[in-house]
Design a binder for this molecule. Structure first.
Ligand SMILES: *Cc1c(COP(=O)(O)O)cnc(C)c1O
Length: 259
């Protein structure tokens, strides 16, 4: 007897189909695109379920939630491995995708695998200082967040300043610049959205041309529930999906990314 799929499993199937279709249109292999499940409106059971369904890249925009949930979820799977319920620890990677204040860096360092939201030299420098306190053989992968839509309210470095800041980050021994991140404008005009993603790809290609980040520079983190197909067509390698996987927030909080 076939087991009925959960709602989350069905939503994931549908997102994966849409990713595959967008990749086919863009003549890109599906393996080019990493799906990051954004957990800000998910409950812990949903996060555990999506990991069990094979989505092990998770994104969070709030520092404290990332630190606490990240630790809880990791522990849950470690315990299952110890108990023999699971053969192997899933390779869970937590992505910090929201605005990061310098005084909160310490909280995320034990958990975070990639920081998408570097938007100033001071933030990069503070991250460098904190990382230097616990020397590690591995550099922390980071992305530069670019305000490609040039909306006043958005975080991110201005388009004109991106190249220079990327160059500076590239000289920091504890940080590894792996790409660029952007959010599309709040608009229902698909042309405007596409133009922002195209501009991001151009900035990315400019960095490559200048050899900034070297062979590690390979990611464009762009595309959310309502625009990820366009983002993939324009070259996204990481898409950040919340609503289409976990449903819409019960209490939408417009200040969510601005804490
Ligand atoms: C919430 C959030 C997302 C996911 O948005 P959805 O529209 O729910 O898919 C992606 N990126 C960032 C930075 C976010 O804050």
């Amino acid at each position: 007897m076939a087991v009925k799929k959960s709602e989350l499993a069905e939503r994931l199937d549908s997102v994966r189909e849409r990713i595959a279709a967008a990749c086919a249109r863009a003549k890109r292999p599906v393996s080019d695109v990493t799906l990051i499940a954004v957990t800000k409106n998910a409950v812990p059971e949903q996060i555990r379920e999506i990991i069990s369904l094979g989505v092990t890249d998770l994104g969070e925009s709030r520092v404290q939630v990332l630190a606490q949930r990240g630790a809880q979820i990791n522990e849950f799977f470690q315990r299952r491995v110890q108990l023999g319920d699971l053969p192997l620890m899933p390779r869970i990677r937590w992505h910090m995708i929201g605005h990061l204040q310098r005084n909160k860096i310490k909280q995320i360092l034990p958990i975070v695998s990639v920081v998408h939201s570097i938007d100033s030299l001071r933030l990069a420098e503070e991250l460098e200082i904190q990382l230097a306190k616990t020397p590690s053989a591995k550099r922390l992968p980071v992305m530069l967040q670019v305000n490609a839509s040039e909306e006043k309210s958005k975080f991110g470095v201005a388009v004109g300043a991106a190249l220079h800041l990327a160059e500076q980050i590239d000289t920091m021994p504890a940080l590894q610049l792996v790409g660029l991140m952007a959010m599309a404008p709040l608009t229902d005009k698909p042309d405007e959205t596409r133009a922002v993603f195209t501009r991001m790809r151009e900035i990315f290609e400019e960095l490559k041309w200048h050899k900034i980040g070297g062979s590690s520079l390979k990611h464009l983190s762009m595309g959310m529930s309502n625009d990820f197909e366009t983002a993939i067509e324009e070259g996204a390698t990481m898409i950040r999906i919340g609503t289409d996987l976990f449903g819409a927030p019960a209490n939408p909080d417009p200040a969510d990314d601005r804490e």
